[in-house]
Design a protein around this ligand. Structure first.
Ligand code: ADP
Ligand code: MG
Length: 349
C-alpha cells in the first residue's frame, strides 16, 4: 500500500507566492529581514492552524497591528485546534458539554445555521469521520464501509444543543466537532475587525488559501487575487476586489492516494466518503469571511447543480467560482466585471 499525505502547507506556499506577485503591484519592496522598505508596511509569515500564513499590513501603526493580528491568530489556534488536547474544542469533545467562550459560541452559531441552510452539506460533527480516515494524523487510511456506515449515523449537527444566551452547549458522547471548515474564515474576519482599531489603510491576509482583504492598496486601488488551479498548472484566473474574503476549497489541497484512488479531506457527511460532487474546486467571494469559508466547503460537497441553486437564492450575499472535474470553469454573475482568465469560462446567472 502506498499512501501519501500531501500537507496543505505546500499549496498554501503556492497560493501565497501567486498572491504576492499580485500584491506587489502595490509597490512593496521587501528587505532581507522580511520587513518592507516603507516603515508603514509590515509583512510576516507564520505557521498556525496547520498551515502557512502570510500577513501584509499597511498603515501608520502597521507593526502594532501586526503584533495584535498574530496574537489573535495564535489565540484562536489554541482555542480551536482539535490536535491540541487542551483546546476549548478538544475539552468539549471530551466532556460533551460546557459553557464556551465568545469565539466558540460565535462559531457554533454560524456552523449550526449553515448546517440547516446547506441541508447538512456543512456539518461540524464530521470529526469522528476525519479521525477514522486519520486525516488528523500523518498516516491516513481508508476505513471499511461498515465502519463509515456506523459513524455517519452519528454525524448530525442537529444533535448539538446550543443556547446562545448563556453559551451552554451539549451533545451525545458519540458526537465530536471540528471547526476546520470554517475557522480560518472566522479568523480572517476577526483580524479584519481588529485592524480597524489600528488605522490600517490596507491588509492582505493569506491564511493558507483563505484570503482576507482589508481596505485597499496604498495607491487606493483594488487587489488582483489569483485563484489556484487544482491541476497545479498555474491559476484559474484572478479576481479584482477589495474589502472581502476570497476562500477556496479543493480536493487537491490535502489528500492521499491508495490503490490508484485519490481520497481528499472534504467529506460528504451523508456517505462518510470524500465528497465526489463533480467539482474540483470552489472559490467563494464574500464580504463575510466566516460565511465564505463555510460555504466554500459546503458548495464543494453540494456539487454544481445544488451549489448554483443555493447561489441563486443568496446571490446578494456572495459570489463563487466553480471548477469541475471535467475542466469547466463557471463564474457567478456578480463577478462578471472583476474576474479575468486566460481559460474559457461561463458566466452563470
Ligand atoms: P481547508 O481547511 O483546506 O481550507 P475547507 O475550508 O474546505 O478546506 O475545510 C476542510 C476541513 O473542514 C477538513 O479538514 C475538516 O476539518 C472539515 N470538514 C470536512 N468535511 C466537512 C464538511 N462536510 N462540513 C464541515 N466541515 C468539514
Ligand atoms: Mg471552508
Amino acid at each position: 500500500m502506498e499512501t501519501k499525505l500531501r500537507r496543505k502547507s505546500y499549496v498554501a506556499f503556492l497560493v501565497i507566492f501567486i498572491t504576492l506577485i499580485c500584491a506587489c503591484g502595490s509597490g512593496c519592496a521587501t528587505k532581507k529581514d522580511g520587513k518592507t522598505a516603507n516603515e508603514n508596511e509590515e509583512k510576516r509569515t507564520i505557521f498556525a492552524m496547520d498551515t502557512c500564513m502570510t500577513l501584509q499590513i499597511w498603515g501608520p501603526q502597521a507593526k502594532e497591528a501586526m503584533d495584535a493580528a498574530v496574537a489573535e491568530i495564535e489565540h484562536l489556534d489554541r482555542l480551536l485546534s482539535t490536535g491540541s488536547p487542551d483546546s476549548e474544542v478538544s475539552m468539549l469533545n471530551q466532556m460533551h458539554e460546557g459553557v464556551v467562550g465568545n469565539d466558540t459560541a460565535a462559531l457554533l452559531a454560524r456552523s449550526l445555521a449553515l448546517f440547516f441552510e446547506t441541508d447538512g452539506a456543512f456539518d461540524i460533527t464530521v470529526f469522528p469521520l476525519m479521525e477514522a480516515w486519520n486525516f488528523t494524523g500523518d498516516n491516513p487510511r481508508v476505513p471499511s464501509k461498515k465502519e463509515l456506515a456506523g459513524l455517519t449515523r452519528q454525524v448530525d449537527s442537529s444533535l448539538i444543543l446550543f443556547e446562545p444566551d448563556n453559551k451552554q452547549v451539549s451533545f451525545p458522547e458519540t458526537v465530536k466537532i471540528d471547526f476546520g471548515g470554517i475557522a480560518k474564515g472566522y479568523t480572517g474576519k476577526k483580524i479584519a475587525e481588529l485592524l480597524k482599531d489600528y488605522d490600517v489603510t490596507g491588509a492582505l491576509l493569506n491564511l493558507g488559501g483563505n484570503v482576507q482583504l482589508v481596505g485597499a492598496k496604498t495607491d487606493g486601488s483594488k487587489w488582483n487575487i489569483a485563484i489556484q488551479s487544482p491541476k497545479k498548472d498555474g491559476y484559474l484566473g484572478t479576481v479584482f476586489t477589495s474589502d472581502c474574503a476570497v476562500v477556496t476549497s479543493g480536493g487537491y489541497e490535502r489528500y492521499f492516494v491508495e490503490d490508484g484512488i485519490t481520497y481528499h479531506h472534504i467529506l460528504d457527511p451523508k456517505t462518510g466518503y470524500p465528497a465526489q460532487s463533480g467539482l474540483a474546486s470552489v472559490t467563494v467571494i464574500c464580504a463575510d469571511g466566516t460565511l465564505a469559508d463555510g460555504l466554500s466547503t459546503a458548495l464543494f460537497v453540494m456539487g454544481e447543480k445544488r451549489a448554483l441553486e443555493f447561489w441563486r437564492n443568496r446571490r446578494y450575499e456572495f459570489d463563487c467560482i466553480l471548477y469541475t472535474d471535467t475542466g469547466e470553469l463557471l463564474v457567478t454573475g456578480g463577478l462578471k466585471d472583476c474576474f479575468s482568465s486566460e481559460l474559457s469560462y461561463r458566466i452563470v446567472e
